[in-house]
Design a protein around this ligand. Sequence first.
Ligand code: LLP
Length: 420
Amino acid sequence: MSSFHFKNGTLCAEQVSLTAIAEQYQTPCYVYSKAALTDAFKQFQAGLTQADHLVCFAVKANPSLAILNLFATLGAGFDIVSGGELARVLAAGGDPKKVVFSGVGKSHEEMRAALNAGILCFNIESESELHRLNAVAGEMGKVAPVSLRVNPNVDAKTHPYISTGLKNNKFGVAFESAIALYEQAAAMPNIAVHGVDCHIGSQITELSPFLDALDRVLGLVDHLESKGIHITHIDVGGGIGITYSDEAPPAFAEYTQAILQKLAGRNVKVLFEPGRALVGNAGVMLTKVEYLKMGNLDDADKPKNFAIVDAAMNDLMRPALYDAYHDIVAVQPRDGEARTYEIVGPVCESGDFLGRDRTLNLEEGDLLAVKSAGAYGMSMASNYNTRPRAAEIMVDGDKHHLIREREQVKQLFSLEKLIP
Ligand code: LLP
C-alpha cells in the first residue's frame, strides 16, 4: 500500500490524516512519509547486495536534515554540489568518506572544506577546475581523490532544462578530451585519479540512455587502462525518473541489474547518485483553497475557473519553471459535480500555477494535496513576494514530527540594513 492513501474519505500519510496535519501546522506545508523514504532507499539497494557499491543520495533533491539523517542511518553516501550541502551532510551525521562532490563551479573555499572533511571523491568538470584542485590540495599538503565527469553526448530524452549529457551542455568534460585530461591528472602531484563519473540528466524514464552512456564510459575505462591509468570506481550518476502521471520508468531492480550486467567481470566499485527517485513520491505539499473565482460563461473564449490556493510558485517552482505536472487531489473529496480549475497561487505572475485544467469539486477552505512533491519542491523554494517558506513535517506511523518550522516574516529581512 502506498504511504499516501485514503482512509474513511480522508487522505492520510501513513496513519496520520492530512487534515490533522494541516490543523496543527497550518498550510502550505510539506509532508513526508518516513516509511516511503525508507522503502525507496532499501528497494534501490536491494538489487545491489552482490556488488561493491555506494548509493550517494543527491542532496539537492531534498536537503532536509531529517531526511539526510534518515538516509545516513540507512548507510547512504551523498552527492553534493556546494559547501552548503557539505555542511548539511555533516550536520545531519553523514559520513564524509561517503561524499562525492559534483558541480561545475567549485570555489577555493569549497575545495578546502571538502579536503578538510576528507570526502570520497571530487567529480571534476573542467581542466581549469583540475588545476585549481591540484593547487589547493598542494597548499594544504593533501592529495585530492578525483573522477572526471565525462560528457558522453547521449540524449536523455528529458526536459531540455534537466538534460545534461549532450555536448552543448555546460556540464562535464567533452569525451574527446577526456584521455588527455586524465593523463594530466595522473601526472599531478596532489591529485589521485580514482574514478570516472557520468550524469546525463534527470527524470529519465527509459533505460537505453543510461546504458548507452555506460558503454561509452566503459570504452574510456579500457582506453585509460591501456595507458596505465587504473580506474577503481565508476559513478553512473542519478537521473532515474518517477511517475508523476502516467510515466513508466524502469523499476529500480531493472535499472540496477542492467547496470551491474554491463559491469560484470570488472573489478570496480559502482556509485549511484539518485535524488528524485528516493524522495519524489515520498512527499506531498498541502495547501488550502483561499478563493474560488469563476470564469464568465458568456466569454467567447473557454471560461477559466481559478482555485486560488495558499501555496505558490515560490513554494513549488516546478510547474512554473518546467511546465511540470503534479497530480493534485482533494484531501477530503466531495461527492457531486466537479468543475475544471486552474490551481494558482497568490504570487503576482501569470506563471504562478500549480496545475492546469484540473477537474475537482471544490469549496473555499478545502485542503488539497499536491503529489510527488518530495523532490525539488522545498529545495527550490524561494521567498519571492516576501513569502515565508513552508513548514516541513515527517510522518512516522501514527506520529508526526515538525522537521522544519515555517519561516517568520521578520526573519526574511533580518539581514537587511537601512543606509545611514
Ligand atoms: N547527480 C548530479 C551530478 C546531478 O546534477 C543531479 C541532478 C543528480 C545527480 C540527481 O538527479 P535525479 O536522480 O534527482 O534526477 N530541478 C529539476 C531537476 C534538476 C536536476 C539537477 N541535477 C526538477 O525539478 O526536475
